[in-house]
Design a protein around this ligand. Structure first.
Ligand code: ATP
Length: 516
């Protein structure tokens, strides 16, 4: 645990030191769980967004993108169920005065049991070497089987109690499991209460005429209320999708995990409108499709897993998360939900307007079902960033910190470095920048010895360093250094564009999805 915490602290401080993420309003001591993206962070975030947008909208001729407003008519949130049911169960520790999500306390307890299983597996793998069969071990080792049964039983009971709104049983479960406050070790808990996560605000100039509004807690509803407008104006035929990226707001109870859980965050969502009865097939397809998108970035297959939901949200008939191995363990990165016709039917009821699709072939009208993929842009940022940050031991015994961002997402693609600040080398470096800047984000750096500049760009995540030296003046060649391998090649200035393009081109990266 200590190592995990330490690694996570390194991620947070690196994000600040290299201009990726700052605490919001830092000069006023910050605002809890609100963050600003800095000069490099804004670029990385934009690139992730674009990578998603291209995969969803550009590459699917039946998916279109919209950009709906954050403010919506307040009845939207009655219809969606958020006014009545968008609650988290909270519990306070009477001694430490710390507030927790009751379900998270239980889930963390289960995570500890799962960690024990992983430990047993690792021990056995070492003992049996090549002969180790993980599946068989998991199925037959009595201790592991017991752990697994414990974990499943706890999650089942939690799911059942939450579904039945039996908060007293959630409290009982916390007591039975002997869960202590992680801050104080105390087991002196209050009752479990429901807490609505929506932020309220007002629209209008005078107090009497003001209308109570909410800041949207998810982007999806902007898509549902526009379903028919888009279908008609775009002449869309089912199945078709509407995609959107944008801010969402949740008054999270526990928000201590940097940009993993924020009060203001960004979602990238796609709602796929389908014929009722076909939801299972599309659910499987989108699970597979979204996993391929993740794997195309090369962060490592072992870092992802599916987690099927025991407890379903009020709108869903099936749901799974894609979980990622964050520095603090496997956690939800993306949700794939089969939402039935819950949302559209409910908006029909509350608005009195028909939200139905007329099928030109069968000449029937029906309320479509919806399959949703929903990913947090900030969580994706954290997944990419934390996974890329590595400390490497070098052959000469020194270490280097390198941010091995997928080149397609890196904020700056190349740094152009004159070996010295004289003899006309800066001028040639600027000439190269003038040529490359039309295609790529590039930067110039002449301060310090070239070795230190390499290290700085490594830590910044820049895939290429291009060094201009005296030979350049004679033969128009430069050295290009690759961030990950640290290999250097002598190449002509005229070939730079092609070399960089090959490494960072979004098309090449996205096409990997087809091969997975
Ligand atoms: P969690 O269980 O972690 O609270 P959720 O199941 O409520 O998440 P969804 O409502 O399914 O999340 O939202 C879809 C995605 O939006 C999540 O998979 C996550 O990536 C992102 N997300 C949700 N809440 C936050 C938040 N507070 N900060 C950052 N990202 C978030």
């Amino acid at each position: 645990m200590a190592k995990q915490e330490d690694d996570f602290k390194k991620v947070i401080s690196h994000a600040k030191e290299y201009g990726y993420v700052f605490q919001s309003s830092e000069i006023y001591d910050g605002l809890s769980a609100v963050y600003d993206y800095a000069q490099n962070g804004a670029e990385l975030k934009k690139n992730i967004r674009e990578y998603w947008w291209k995969a969803m909208v550009q590459l699917n001729d039946n998916i279109v993108g919209i950009d709906a407003a954050i403010f919506m008519h307040p009845t939207t949130w009655k219809a969606s169920g958020h006014v009545d049911a968008f609650n988290d169960p909270l519990i306070d520790n009477k001694d430490s005065k710390k507030r927790y999500r009751a379900d998270v306390l239980v889930e963390d307890h289960v995570a500890k049991i799962e960690a024990k299983i992983e430990k047993e597996v690792a021990k056995a793998a070492k003992r049996f070497g090549d002969k180790f069969d993980k599946e068989q071990f998991l199925a037959t080792n009595q201790r592991v089987v017991d752990y697994q049964e414990q974990a499943t039983a706890i999650l089942k009971r939690l799911g059942r109690s939450l579904e039945n709104e039996d908060l007293a049983d959630v409290k009982k479960l916390i007591e039975e499991l002997d869960i202590a406050c992680p801050m104080s070790g105390s087991k002196n808990w209050t009752e479990v209460k429901q807490f609505n996560l929506m932020f309220g605000t007002k629209l209008g100039a005078t107090a009497d005429s003001a209308m109570d509004l909410y800041l949207r807690p998810e982007t999806a509803q902007g898509i549902f209320v526009n379903f028919l407008n888009v279908q008609k104006t775009g002449r869309m035929k089912i199945p078709f999708g509407i995609a959107q990226t944008g801010k969402a707001f949740r008054n999270e109870i526990v928000a201590r995990q940097f940009i993993f859980r924020m009060r203001e965050f960004e979602q990238m969502e796609m709602q796929y409108f389908i014929k009722p009865g076909t939801q299972q097939e599309w659910y499987e397809k989108w699970k597979e499709n979204r996993m391929k998108w993740h794997l195309s970035l090369g962060l490592g297959e072992d870092n992802y897993r599916f987690h099927d939901h025991e407890k379903l949200a009020h709108y869903a008939d099936a749901a799974a998360d894609i979980e990622f191995r964050f520095p603090f363990g496997f956690k939800e990165l993306e949700g794939i939900h089969s939402r039935t016709d819950f949302d559209l039917s409910s908006h029909e009821k509350f608005s009195g307007k028909k939200l139905q699709y007329f099928d030109p072939e069968t000449r029937e009208s029906y309320v479509p079902y919806v399959l949703e993929t929903s990913i947090g842009l900030d969580r994706m940022f954290l997944a990419v960033f934390s996974n890329s940050l590595v400390e490497e031991e070098l052959e000469n015994g020194s270490t280097r910190t390198v941010l091995k961002l997928p080149a397609v997402l890196a904020p700056t693609k190349a740094a152009i470095l004159p070996l010295v600040k004289k003899d006309g080398l800066p001028e040639v470096a600027h000439e190269i920048i003038e040529d490359l800047k039309w295609d790529f984000n590039v930067t110039y750096d002449e301060k310090d010895a070239v070795g230190r500049r390499y290290r700085r760009q490594d830590a910044n995540g820049t895939p290429f360093c291009i060094t201009v030296d005296h030979q350049t003046l004679e033969d128009r060649t430069v050295t290009i250094r690759h961030r990950d391998s640290m290999e250097q090649e002598r190449v002509s200035i005229s070939s730079l564009k092609e070399i960089i393009h090959k490494a960072v081109d979004m098309k090449t990266w996205l096409m990997k999805m087809q091969k997975l």
